[in-house]
Design a binder for this molecule. Structure first.
Ligand code: ADP
Length: 152
């Protein structure tokens, strides 16, 4: 033991760990997916947030449990509403990159009061900046990391 304070060791650890090492597999759907199918997808894949991409895997939006509940409770026909009209859309999405730290990701989740962040890589396509979805970091990801760190 180097004599360093324990909190210093913990903070070094969580800033050393990169998003790339902890990211989970995102569930991605198309903008044309119906609210009904999105809800079914939430249950089948056991996630709370769906990411929305175009055919090239570029981030377009994000749909949370409450976005879907809000639509469903209005008892409109959820088969006929595409998630494109209920999702939160780019550029209003908080993202992280694989190179950012686990600490940065956790801080964004807390500061922006969201459950999940898409992990993205910026690319230029046809002169436009696009963001490829390469993973996700959620409250569960951070909790699992916390448990892992507690083991040692
Ligand atoms: P829930 O709405 O189920 O509590 P969240 O707290 O994650 O889940 O979502 C709150 C709102 O923020 C929703 O309208 C959702 O579309 C939006 N949202 C979720 N994740 C993000 C994100 N990473 N960046 C921006 N907005 C988000």
């Amino acid at each position: 033991f180097t004599g360093k304070a324990v909190d210093t060791l913990i903070s070094e650890k969580i800033t050393d760990i990169k998003v790339d090492e902890i990211k989970a597999t995102p569930v991605i759907v198309k903008e044309s997916t119906s609210v009904y199918d999105a809800i079914v997808t939430l249950f089948l894949t056991d996630v709370g947030t769906l990411f929305v991409s175009d055919d090239e895997g570029n981030l377009q939006g994000i749909v949370s449990r409450k976005d879907l509940l809000k639509t469903a409770i209005g008892n409109t026909n959820t088969h006929q509403i595409p998630i494109g009209v209920v999702m939160t859309r780019m550029p209003n999405i908080v993202t992280v990159t694989p190179e950012e730290s686990a600490y940065e990701a956790a801080r964004k989740i807390v500061d922006h009061q969201v459950d999940a962040l898409p992990v993205v890589k910026a690319v230029i396509e046809n002169g436009q900046e696009k963001y490829k979805i390469v993973g996700k970091v959620t409250k569960t990801t951070i909790t699992k990391l916390f448990v892992e760190l507690g083991k040692n």
